[in-house]
Design a protein around this ligand. Structure first.
Ligand SMILES: NC(=O)c1ccc[n+]([C@@H]2O[C@H](COP(=O)([O-])OP(=O)(O)OC[C@H]3O[C@@H](n4cnc5c(N)ncnc54)[C@H](O)[C@@H]3O)[C@@H](O)[C@H]2O)c1
Length: 323
């Protein structure tokens, strides 16, 4: 069975590609390498270098027939989305719609879409259930919600079935695959903290006046290896005839920035040089997942503790910077 992985040269997609190959799927990666790494592509996957908005690249990736699309390709920087909303609507919405029209024409039956916790209104009761109010505070979150709505409409029209996985904060590395978080322009806390420890240049903590116990933002960090298994289980769910829907993917536990930094300091055995900065636009104070639905319907549970995730990220980061 052939799966097209759009954005499969990126952090999460490249680890999902390995998971699919281990499960004997045939995989084609479609990626324009705008934010991905060519070295992360395995020989066992076909690779089409191209834009998801380019019909000929999409058709080349589908290669006559594909069973499923996994759609990771997007711009992912929340702060940038606030500065340049048109860019994010074009990259994440317009291009996704072009991709979906192509896969609909090719009769690809199943779609697993990378959505985000940023679709929720963060002012509602936490942990967030899938039926909580959807009111993104960032343009990035809004673009993901629009694609979810388009998928809902395509599914109602009978064109396809989909699962939108609303990831909370992806973190950690797959040491087995030699893959970890290596965004060319990094905005995520764990890799930035590790870079601060190894280079000595201070990490900026964005906001210490949030209404949380220690004043810093609370997030739900989900191990990228658990995220990869959630994709596999979502695909299997669709293959069994599961109804189209969205699932949260998190550990169901919140950790503040200060708590996370203390854990990283303990793992690294070194202090983190740090500076206080002001809040970043588009950052809610707290995002924690309710994961009952994905447990019940997919049988998925997070297997890695946060300690394990941080250790994998540290080992991967220090290995890649020392090589
Ligand atoms: N990293 C997280 O914590 C997180 C959280 C929630 C949701 N997500 C979503 O998960 C997905 C993957 O995230 P990631 O951290 O792996 O990002 P990433 O930037 O590492 O991967 C995205 C990949 O998509 C490719 N791409 C982007 N636009 C493209 C286009 N128009 N055509 C072809 N390829 C294109 C990039 O080159 C890159 O390889 C994204 O959709 C992101 O919004 C990530």
């Amino acid at each position: 069975m052939h799966v097209v992985v759009a954005g499969g040269a990126g952090y999460i997609g490249s680890i999902v590609v390995r998971t699919l190959l281990r499960e004997k799927y045939t995989v084609t990666v479609l990626d324009d390498l705008s934010h991905g790494n060519v070295w992360s592509l395995p020989k066992a996957a076909r690779f089409v270098e191209g834009d998801i908005a380019d019909p000929s690249a999409v058709q080349l990736a589908i290669h006559g027939e594909a069973h499923a699309l996994m759609h990771f390709a997007a711009k992912i920087d929340v702060a940038e989305s606030m500065r340049d909303p048109a860019l994010y609507h074009s990259a994440n919405v317009d291009k996704s719609l072009l991709l979906l029209s192509q896969i609909q024409m090719a009769r690809v039956r199943y779609v697993v879409f990378s959505s985000t916790a940023a679709v929720y209104d963060p002012n509602t009761l936490q942990p967030l259930k899938e039926d909580a109010a959807l009111e993104p505070v960032s343009v990035y979150g809004r673009t993901k919600l629009i694609v979810e709505s388009a998928l809902t409409e395509l599914a109602k029209a009978g064109s396809l079935s989909y699962v939108a996985l609303r990831y909370f904060n992806a973190a950690g590395a797959s040491l087995e695959d030699g893959l970890g978080e290596a965004h060319p322009h990094e905005t995520h806390l764990i890799p930035l903290t590790m870079r601060a420890v190894t280079t000595g240049s201070p990490l900026t903590i964005f906001g210490s006046d949030y209404p949380t116990p220690d004043g810093t933002c609370i997030r739900d960090y989900i191990d990228v290896r658990d995220l990869a298994s959630a994709h596999l289980q979502a695909l299997r769910y669709l293959e069994r005839g599961g109804v189209s829907t969205a699932f949260n993917v998190g550990r169901g536990e919140g950790t503040s920035v200060r708590e996370l930094l203390a854990m990283i300091e303990a793992v690294a055995g070194k202090p983190i040089p740090q500076a206080m900065g002001s809040r970043r636009q588009g950052d809610p104070s707290s995002l924690v997942a309710d994961v009952q639905n994905i447990k019940r319907d997919l049988g998925w549970v997070a297997r890695h503790s946060l300690q394990d995730t941080v250790e994998s990220a540290w080992r991967w980061h220090t290995r890649s910077t020392s090589s």
